[in-house]
Design a protein around this ligand. Structure first.
Ligand code: AMP
Ligand code: ZN
Length: 465
């Protein structure tokens, strides 16, 4: 598998540190609000990456943090008249509601910054001992010029960075590039005891501390949105490698922005829709499909039309699954005929194309195209009496591909054998243009508690609510 590594700026073959195991860390949300659909992009990306690596046989440990202490958390809690912890608890619970509806599985671990203060303090102390950090009046800063690889991720040297840096109003820093590792306590803010006095951690140090706690000093994949590349991830490298002297991360992955009117969607700019807002208009599975329709590194413009299109593609996908389930009822235990063997060969080809696309830096757009080639072939199967082996092959391939993408997660209703028999009989009646019998069967199916729809892919049955 090839992964585009932001560190080397090229696609590289993926080789994990430890054979058979993959360790991934993704920067998670700051939990002061519902997350917006721009944030959903990295969450979906790393969920798909994890699912794909698992189907490739890797044992994946996936860590995604919650930033539960920072200025935004403190300000919001103050506005709402609640504690920072109450605010965090509320939006962490809401994260799981929205993530679940987007088909994003919970990570192996979801560490919170406030529960890793000892690890954070230990890491800062190591940096001070190594001459890479200094304390001033209860704050601790990272001494950027003392770490010679600074700028390796963003590809800029210190002089470029220094001229780009805002002139710091803070006279206590040795250099404007230096960044805070620990912030001295201010009245009314949550604080923890430390060797430098009471205070709280800076944002960057939490990710270094939590990733290394769960994944070790050197691990495989780290990522988030492009906006995190500098300074957040650059600072993480400086902190982690400065403390351990070992390489921190092998592959850095960054997703492109979800834009709105060609501007990055962001909470601070106020041009955002939360996932919760969008859920009132669309099935969130369609939002997932919309995200997967573009390569993760490309920018994507938020568009209701494209989400609506994704919703109809999704419906076609469910239609193909239902169609196969319907065919399975009347499938015959006989060897596949020539047409069915051709179908099975097409299904294999679609699966190969799918894997090739995913192997090429997780090209979900091409992977979806391969899946829809299979869908097209599924709808070409005859309505009745298909060989069981052919149907099973179609089902297996579809399940494999949609499982990786995290699609088709909704179960369709179990249809009883009696209702299934009526549906099959009705298909025959319609073929014979026996409309009277067809209507009688529709009524009988309805009386049994099911709703029947005639679709271009054949009949669809679901339990009435
Ligand atoms: P935040 O809660 O702002 O720290 O963001 C959580 C994740 O969402 C990070 O990986 C960000 O890089 C990512 N992110 C934020 N805005 C966008 C956007 N408009 N498009 C894509 N990713 C984003
Ligand atoms: Zn982070």
């Amino acid at each position: 598998m090839l992964i585009y590594n932001s560190l080397t700026r090229k696609k590289e073959p993926f080789v994990p540190v430890e054979p058979g195991k993959v360790k991934i860390y993704a920067c998670g949300p700051t939990v002061y609000n519902f997350f917006h659909i721009g944030n959903a992009r990295p969450f979906i990306l790393f969920d798909v990456l994890r699912r794909y690596l698992e189907t490739r046989g890797y044992d994946v440990t996936f860590v995604q943090n919650f930033t539960d202490i920072d200025d935004k958390m403190i300000n919001r809690a103050r506005e709402e008249g609640i504690t920072v912890k109450e605010l965090a608890d509320r939006f962490i619970a809401e994260y799981f509601v929205d993530a679940g509806a987007l088909g994003i599985r919970p990570a192996t671990v979801h560490p919170k910054a406030t529960e890793h203060i000892p690890q954070i303090i230990g890491l800062i102390q190591k940096l001070i001992d190594n001459g890479l950090a200094y304390a001033v009046d209860g704050d601790v800063y990272y001494r950027v010029r003392a770490f010679d690889r600074y700028g390796c991720l963003c590809g800029q040297n210190l002089e470029d960075l220094a001229s780009g840096a805002r002139v710091s109003a803070d006279e206590r820093k040795e250099d404007p590039l230096d960044f805070a590792l620990w912030k001295a306590h201010k009245p009314g803010e949550p604080a923890w005891e430390s060797p430098w006095g009471k205070g709280r951690p800076g944002w960057h140090i939490e990710c270094s501390a939590m990733s290394m706690t769960y994944l070790g000093d050197t691990f495989d994949i780290h990522g988030g949105g492009k906006d995190l590349l500098f300074p957040h991830h650059e600072n993480e490298i400086a902190q982690s490698e400065g403390a351990t002297g070992k390489p921190y991360v092998r592959y850095w992955m960054h997703n492109g922005f979800l834009n709105i009117d060609n501007e990055k969607m962001s909470k601070s700019a106020g041009n955002f829709f939360t996932v919760r807002d969008i859920a009132r208009e669309f099935d969130l599975e369609a939002v997932r499909m919309f995200m997967l329709s573009a390569h993760y590194r490309s920018p994507v413009n938020f568009s209701r039309e494209l989400i609506a299109q994704a919703a109809s593609s999704l419906e076609r996908l469910y239609g193909a699954r239902d169609h196969l389930a319907f065919l399975a009822v009347s499938a015959l235990d006989r060897a596949p005929d020539e047409a069915e063997r051709a179908f099975m060969a097409e299904a294999d080809r679609a699966q190969e194309k799918f894997n090739a696309a995913m192997d090429d830096d997780l090209n979900t757009a091409d992977a979806l195209a391969a899946l829809f080639e299979l869908v097209r072939e599924v709808f070409r199967l005859p309505q009745d009496g298909v060989s069981r082996e052919a149907v099973a092959c179609g089902q297996e391939k579809m399940l494999a591909m949609t499982g990786v993408l995290g699609l088709l997660m909704k179960q369709t209703d179990e249809v009883t054998p009696e209702v299934n028999a009526m549906v099959r009989e009705r298909a025959l009646a319609r073929q014979n243009k026996d409309w009277k019998r067809s209507d009688e069967l529709r009524d009988a199916i309805k009386a049994a508690g099911y709703i029947l729809e005639d679709t271009p892919a054949g009949q669809k049955v679901r339990r009435s609510v």
